[in-house]
Design a binder for this molecule. Sequence first.
Ligand SMILES: C[S@@+](CC[C@H](N)C(=O)[O-])C[C@H]1O[C@@H](n2cnc3c(N)ncnc32)[C@H](O)[C@@H]1O
Length: 233
Amino acid sequence: MLLKYSTGRLATAANGELNYEPNSFPFFSHAVCAWLGLRPAVGQHTSVEHATLVRLAAGHSRLVEIGVAEGVSAIALREGMNADATLWLVDPFHLSRVRALNFTRRVARRTVKSCGNGTVAWIEKFSQDAVASRKEPIDLPLIDGDHLEKSVLRDWQEWSRFIRAGGVAIFHDARVFAEGWCTPEYGPVKAVDHLFRSTSSGEWTIIEEIDSLVVVQRSESAARNAETVLASR
Ligand SMILES: C[S@@+](CC[C@H](N)C(=O)[O-])C[C@H]1O[C@@H](n2cnc3c(N)ncnc32)[C@H](O)[C@@H]1O
């Protein structure tokens, strides 16, 4: 069964596999219900994607997530990343009708806190504003914020220059797959098609495609060449 928006509870490991229950809480969709414990935090991704995020985070020390929602994908990254890693979480949590209460933000904070691995830095800003103060290189960004095509392209343009040679980037909701929810017209699908399928950049290669996730890797040599050209200017 497709598990988008249906992480009935956080992943539980059984027989070496992550298991989720489908969303059994259709009348408890508001984040206040998660805050009150009437339902668990809900991830907006499939169980297979969740396990993939845990796996891909392994071995990395500087991770960024753009678009946190209730924090379930963030916890996948946190669980998988190195023990000395930092995970920067970028989300303005602007969708709450009562900003002072902002239960999505509260649930996200509590969800992410439930794992003690590494360090988490919250950046409660739009990605386009957060990037202005970015200085550190990035091993792995997960791009899952504003889903308009132009916004995904903007996130890529502004954040990809921080990705180190050999680093990987993950786009969510970025490919059409069997029984999936994405269409060819969906913003992240169009952005990824435009960036990586219509022309070959040489610098970036698609290395994995799992459910709606598209994972690209920055080549070591092309990135070094780009750095050399920049340094010689
Ligand atoms: C699809 S949800 C993220 C789902 C989450 N990654 C998961 O898998 O559970 C999108 C989130 O992006 C946030 N968002 C929207 N526009 C954004 C922007 N420009 N920068 C950062 N976050 C943004 C929204 O507040 C929302 O929480």
